[in-house]
Design a protein around this ligand. Structure first.
Ligand code: GLV
Ligand code: MN
Ligand code: MN
Length: 397
């Protein structure tokens, strides 16, 4: 709740966009807490923060855990921040019990997980995992054309460590579920077995600026009216791939943005997900075909750029098993679950055995200022995380 004061919104949520002044304040506070817990802090070239608790065998690869501190524009208090603070809570608990682990532990804050300011999402973890080059990450731009590199400099988080190149024995991320299943079915812990696939596109519809009063309906090339048809077609494609498909147009700009000029240009985003790689690819094909037909019928130009593709992820059986064993040992009702949301753990899964722990959130609501979770469920997730980390760090539970 102290972290949630940074970027707090009137409606009880958080607005802490990646690499903003609020993100800087959150990072500063987190690092203060890490140093108070005797952790050694390093920051890499994309601003990922690593805080290390030494093990009895410092030469072993560490066991990692963490999540993100950035939020959506109308974000909640738990998405991301819970996983970061759960990791810190594990460290504090080990410190309080003077418990050593064989392998070191490293708790991590990944840069720009949300993708709300800079696309693609999961940028820091993706660069760490070698999915993106450093140059690609640093040259991403926000709507004001500010690059990631410039934003990192301006908040003082352009770190000195090379990004990537060090290994984890295992990696865990605790997170609120962001969906309704655990709450509805009465489970405290979700052992996440995988994450559905995701595709992000930028679409650009080109028509012709013209006078709203003197241009007949037959003569116009209205990019916004065309985009509206495309958005409806996108919804239909997702419905055609029910029950698992989802597709969202979350951001749209009509130019020049004047009531009495027919919009000649429209840019909009598309977020599309499915747990099955083939279905996701089929949806992409269908959407491209539908939008192209609408553009042709209306004499519009159409550009579709892919900005992110994350294939469906299957987490390591050894990590799912640790989560299960932890929950069983502690007596928490557990269910296996596939994540609808993307997570930094998706990229970590490419370079280390990775697992996730979900806890319920109220009404399944997330990416919403009202996002909420109970202290008891959050504590349960921390306890399971502790056990999973000890399991992989060969500590003594
Ligand atoms: C991350 O918040 C996502 O879009 O899944
Ligand atoms: Mn998140
Ligand atoms: Mn999120």
């Amino acid at each position: 709740m102290e972290m949630a004061r940074i970027g707090a919104t009137a409606a009880g949520g958080c607005r802490r966009l990646a690499l903003s002044d609020e993100d800087r304040a959150a990072r500063d506070l987190y690092i203060d807490w890490c140093r108070s817990a005797d952790l050694a802090v390093r920051i890499d070239h994309v601003g990922n923060i690593f805080a290390r608790r030494e093990g009895r065998s410092p030469s072993l690869d560490p066991v990692g855990c963490g999540s993100h501190l950035d939020t959506q524009p109308h974000g909640g208090r738990f998405d991301g921040v819970y996983g970061v603070l759960a990791a810190l809570e594990v460290v504090r608990t080990l410190n309080a019990h003077a418990t050593e682990t064989e392998a070191p532990l490293e708790i991590v804050v990944w840069t720009n997980e949300e993708g709300a300011r800079f696309a693609p999402s999961m940028l820091g973890s993706g660069t760490f995992a070698g999915v993106h080059t450093l140059d690609f990450a640093l040259t991403r731009r926000d709507r004001e054309a500010i690059t990631v590199a410039a934003a990192l400099e301006s908040i003082g988080y352009a770190g000195r460590e090379p990004c990537g190149g060090h290994r984890y024995r295992a990696f865990f991320e605790a997170h609120i579920e962001q969906g309704p299943i655990l709450e509805r079915e009465g489970f405290t812990i979700g052992a996440v077995t995988g994450v559905q696939g995701l595709d992000w596109y930028d679409l650009r519809v080109g028509g012709e600026d013209a006078h709203a009063g003197s241009t007949s309906m037959a003569a116009r090339h209205d990019a916004l009216a065309g985009a509206a048809r495309m958005i409806t077609a996108i919804e239909d494609v997702a419905r055609d791939h029910a029950p698992h498909a989802v597709a969202t147009v979350g951001d749209i700009h009509a130019l020049p943005g004047s009531r009495n000029t027919i919009p000649g240009t429209v840019e909009f985003t598309l977020d599309m997900r499915h747990p099955d790689a083939q279905a996701l690819s089929d949806m992409g094909d269908a959407i491209r075909a539908e939008c192209a037909t609408i553009a042709r019928q209306r004499g519009l130009e159409l550009g579709i750029d892919s900005v992110e593709h994350t294939a469906p992820v299957v987490f390591a059986a050894s990590c799912v098993a640790s989560v299960r064993t932890g929950a069983e040992t502690l007596g928490y009702p557990l269910r296996e679950i596939i994540s609808g949301a993307g997570h930094d753990a998706c990229h970590l899964a490419g370079v280390a055995p990775t697992g996730m722990i979900f806890v319920p959130c109220a009404g399944g609501l997330s990416h919403n200022e009202a996002e909420s979770a109970t202290p008891a469920d959050l504590a349960a997730g921390c306890n399971v995380l502790l056990h999973a980390l000890l399991d992989h760090a060969a500590g003594t539970p």
